[in-house]
Design a protein around this ligand. Structure first.
Ligand code: GLA
Length: 382
């Protein structure tokens, strides 16, 4: 090797470029994450958009809210579409987003009455959904600017998003240090690894709130999508969508997705739970329970395009929300408006209102412990 080449390599290694340039992810079509300016918040903070590409999947993520702004995957003929609902400008995310694509915390889903008691002390949370606290309160993790660090290594191409939630923020006790890793693997899976630590006992339930339409955002409703959920029970809710505490069997009800079924087949049934939620907006109790490793729990397919998504998770529950509150007042990047049922969410999680339900799997995190949760989305087309 001549001296000049050795010098270049030494310089590259010193700046960390070496690892990226020789990383195996490159061999499978991965590229280093690319950053661009997406917009500026009212206080002058710049928001960036990162583009990740690997294994045939392309993901665009904002530093604001850790939002998945676009998720592009091919159909059975190789044609790409963005299968996630969202916006193409920052202002819309700030002013009117129903959590499109966002990272949700400190507590995904609802806490009844916006309060809970832990170790004998009562905490009152930010209330933003009638009397309840929803998705971490009025300014949850979806409205925070995250610190973003890109990486390219053996596991794939990705971003580590970090946020420190102050003690008392939105009413929650404890300084919570959160790190969320989004990885596009060499086979094109989108993997999310969540970790968090605290300096006081608190509750944590992190998730991602992407709305999927496998035909493409703006392509119509998801009622023709087929869904399978590995769950024999779900948590019925009261009129404010707080679980009653019962774990009800799905057998013989429109909540039975143990065999794949068109979402539209049962959604207009006058089942009291569907009436009160205006469709599906419930937590399914996954048969596998809490697991150390992600296990397959959901399967979603659009028969027209053949696009298929599988979800594996370590979490014990999944909120299947059929986009009931979309009412035609928001328009996506396609320029088309989003109406009821034009997208669906599958939010892997611990059960809603767990801090007030000792019988549900615990969401308590204590100092010295680490909150861990992993969800993997796999994509194919056939
Ligand atoms: C969650 C809730 C829904 C709704 C959406 C956002 O999925 O369960 O009731 O609030 O978020 O509109």
């Amino acid at each position: 090797m001549d001296t000049s080449r050795r010098t270049v390599l030494a310089a590259a290694a010193a700046t960390g470029l070496m690892a990226a340039a020789t990383g195996t992810a490159y061999a499978s079509g991965g590229r280093q994450p690319v950053r661009e300016l997406f917009g500026t918040l009212a206080d002058g903070t710049k928001v960036h958009r990162w583009t990740l590409q690997n294994g045939g999947t392309r993901l665009k993520v904002l530093s604001y809210g850790g939002i998945v702004q676009s998720l592009e995957i091919p159909d059975r003929r190789g044609r790409y579409a963005n299968v996630s609902l969202g916006f193409d400008d920052l202002d819309a995310y700030v002013s009117s987003s129903p959590y499109f694509g966002a990272l949700i915390g400190r507590y995904g889903n609802r806490i009844g009455g916006g309060r809970f008691t832990l170790d004998g002390e009562e905490y009152r949370l930010s209330v933003n959904d009638g009397q309840n606290s929803l998705h971490g309160g009025a300014e949850g993790f979806d409205k925070r600017v995250w610190d973003v660090e890109p990486f390219t290594d053996r596991t794939g191409v990705g971003l580590v998003l970090r946020y420190v939630s102050a003690d008392g923020e939105m009413g929650y006790p404890g300084t919570l240090k959160v790190a969320v890793t989004y990885t596009l693997t060499p086979r094109g899976d989108w993997r999310i690894d969540y970790t968090a630590t605290t300096d006081r006992a608190t509750v944590v339930n992190l998730t991602n709130h992407t709305y999927y339409n496998l035909a493409g955002e703006g392509a119509g409703d998801i009622l023709g999508h087929e869904l399978r959920l590995a769950a024999s029970r779900y948590t019925p809710a009261d009129a404010t969508l707080i679980p009653t505490g019962e774990l009800a069997g799905v057998a013989g009800t429109p909540f039975d997705f143990r065999q794949r079924k068109r979402i539209g087949d049962g959604i207009r049934t006058a089942h009291p739970q569907l009436v009160l939620a205006k469709g599906y907006d419930h937590n399914w109790v996954l048969d596998k329970g809490v697991t150390d490793r992600p296990q397959p729990v959901a399967w979603l397919r659009d028969p027209q395009s053949g696009r298929t998504m599988t979800i594996a998770t370590t979490e014990p529950g999944v909120q299947f929300y059929s986009g009931n509150f979309l009412d035609g007042t928001l328009a996506g990047p396609s320029g088309r408006t989003y109406r009821q049922g034009d997208g669906l969410c599958l939010e892997t999680q611990h059960f809603p209102d767990s801090p007030n339900r000792p019988a549900f799997p615990s969401t308590v995190l204590r100092p010295g412990g680490t909150y861990r949760s992993t969800t993997v989305h796999g994509f194919s087309a056939r």
